[in-house]
Design a protein around this ligand. Sequence first.
Ligand code: 13P
Ligand code: SF4
Length: 345
Amino acid sequence: METTAEPQALAAEVERLHAALRECGWSREECALHAPLTLEIRRLARARNAIILAHSYMTPDIQAGIADYRGDSLGLSEKARDTDAEVIVFCGVRFMAETAKILAPHKLVLHPAPEAGCSLADSITAAQVRELRARYPRAAIVCYVNTSAEVKAECDVCVTSANALAVIQALPERQIVFLPDRYMAENLRACTDKEIIGWDGVCIVHEQFTPERARAWRAAHPRAHMLVHLECSAATVGLADMAGGTGDMIRYIKAHPEVEQFMLVTECGLSDRMRMEFPDRTFIGTCALCPHMKRVELRRVLQCLQQPLPEQVVELDERVRVRALRSLERMFELTPRPPAPATPR
Ligand code: 13P
Ligand code: SF4
């Protein structure tokens, strides 16, 4: 990229990037290739009063290079709701950028990769939720945050991996329709006396982590604590030292300074983030990439800040937004502070 940045500013940016990214194996030369982009993105973000929110599955150049805040689905939605910035640049998948818009309707929400879907969010439609409501009239309809705004609008309450169990336990209903993650429904069923009716969605990344593979990882790294995402099957979750969302994993790592090695059974972006934040520990990742998350790239973030394409500006039907907001507000009301791990072990 052509740059007009001062050589001194550029050199300082290379060093800033390298200090963080060397933990993920990036050379100074690789950092030098990215520095003009990160410098310009940060300059433009400041000039436009924009906040850059990034999910923990983003690549290290996005997480360390440009993000103002990195986090899990719950943390990112709270940041979007509470920020004073006029513009939100959302580095994540579509349902996350939509959630930001539901919570911050008067802000300009930019999504650099509008085609970045999610196998869970794509597995159910609003019409199918209406059918479930007709079939189970006494049930509370609970949606995982990995759903479209239209689906959230049909549900009673939304949850994330960080608060699913606590929210379900706080609901008065005994019968719960939990959608769309089949595996997360299985995992919740194991932790509650309530009746959990599931749906047939799966995460294409976490379904790859079979119990056979988890046993092989355990055997190869006997000293590592194994942290497993709740989007994995119950058989895999059963082998974990802790099961929860990505935020729960970070809280677990912080709370266990005596543990030197962790096996993170989730998308590998989190392992890179942990290597940068806890350079004295060892993180064994799974090498599994979410193809949707990885569609967000620095050059697209820059283009989006310079001149967004119409599809990069998140817009929602106002009636859908207001109804989806109810599901999210109920979630915030029922979420304990700080969120309790979904499956304490
Ligand atoms: P978290 O909220 O745990 O970060 O999960 C989001 C997600 O998409 C996991 O695949
Ligand atoms: Fe969706 Fe799975 Fe990708 Fe998360 S990792 S965004 S659940 S496809």
